[in-house]
Design a protein around this ligand. Structure first.
Ligand code: ATP
Ligand code: MG
Length: 283
């Protein structure tokens, strides 16, 4: 028996989805034009689909799990379980208007808003008691104001450069989104066990990405102070150096604390600081 997972066939999530599986030690060819492929060393079958279809296939048990943007999961309103945020495919669903127009929330009233996300937009308008007209279009939403189809748009944004080149500015963010792992709610125990094995690997990869392995040389006089700055997984490893009066200290630090801690370490006399990436982390 194999776990069937659906990922995007081509597009923004495809490469990162395949990379994640690879980092989990799962070998798959990207399939070329194939609809599905089988992993060599894990009981996994990968289906390549359009992202819009993935929630439906997972709800219907055609696939047991899928990797898709939260924006698509919530827009499609399918009955699937979001198991894990995956940290890539980050974007936001935002409302934008002409760059030179003034704005407050009230000014959306009565406007025509073009979008591919009518469900999420309607929810936002209802929650804010704004009466506006939604024009659903399936692509190139950003050109709608320019061709006179709408006064505003509601679309996915990451850097904002597409808005800029189309003379638009972002005025409201209605959803922050990233790629997530979703699963069928009626999965059998065996399928669920496979999914848990995959999830265990995904979490180890994610955790490793947020942490760095740090090695440094510390004068023994200041060892306690330096150790105090480095929590480590349990506590730092301390080894004597060949030069007396010095020790080598090894630990794991959070990527986010990284620069601040490094400065404090240098102040405390640490030398030869090395920071290296971690491939997998199981705690
Ligand atoms: P498909 O052919 O599979 O339907 P698509 O054209 O609908 O593809 P893509 O443009 O490849 O979809 O985007 C896939 C997902 O990538 C989006 O649903 C969203 O979750 C995420 N994403 C991240 N950044 C952006 C961005 N700047 N614009 C659009 N989507 C983004
Ligand atoms: Mg799509």
């Amino acid at each position: 028996m194999k776990l069937k997972i659906a990922i995007q066939k081509s597009g923004r999530l495809q490469e990162d989805s395949l990379r994640l599986l690879k980092e989990c030690g799962i070998d798959i060819s990207n399939g070329g034009n194939k609809l599905k492929t089988t992993a060599a060393n894990f009981p996994l079958e990968v289906y390549f689909l359009r992202d819009d279809d993935i929630p439906q296939y997972v709800e219907d048990s055609v696939a047991d799990a899928g990797i898709v943007g939260e924006n698509v999961v919530y827009e499609k309103k399918k009955d699937v379980e979001v198991v894990e945020q995956l940290g890539f495919g980050k974007c936001r669903l935002s409302i934008a208007i002409g760059r030179n127009e003034g704005y407050d929330k009230e000014s959306l009233r009565g406007k025509r808003i073009a979008t591919s996300y009518p469900v999420l937009l309607q929810q936002y308008l209802d929650a804010n008691k704004i009466n506006a007209e939604i024009h659903e279009i399936s692509g190139s939403v950003e050109i709608a104001p320019g061709i006179g189809l709408a006064e505003a748009i509601c679309d996915l944004v990451s850097s904002g450069s597409t808005l800029l080149t189309n003379g638009l500015k972002e005025v409201e963010t209605i959803l922050h989104s990233q790629a997530v792992l979703i699963k069928n709610r009626q999965a059998t125990t065996e399928k669920d066990q496979l999914l848990q094995r995959l999830l265990f690997r995904i979490r180890a990869v994610k955790k490793a990405k947020n942490n760095k392995y740090i090695l440094l040389n510390a004068p023994n006089d200041n060892l306690d102070k330096i150790i105090g700055l480095l929590p480590g997984m349990k506590s730092p490893t301390v080894l004597p150096l060949a030069t007396s009066g010095w020790s080598s200290v090894h630990s794991v630090i959070d990527e986010n604390d990284f620069w601040q801690i490094i400065e404090q370490l240098k102040e405390a006399g640490a030398q030869g600081i090395l920071v290296v990436p971690i491939e997998k982390m199981i705690i």
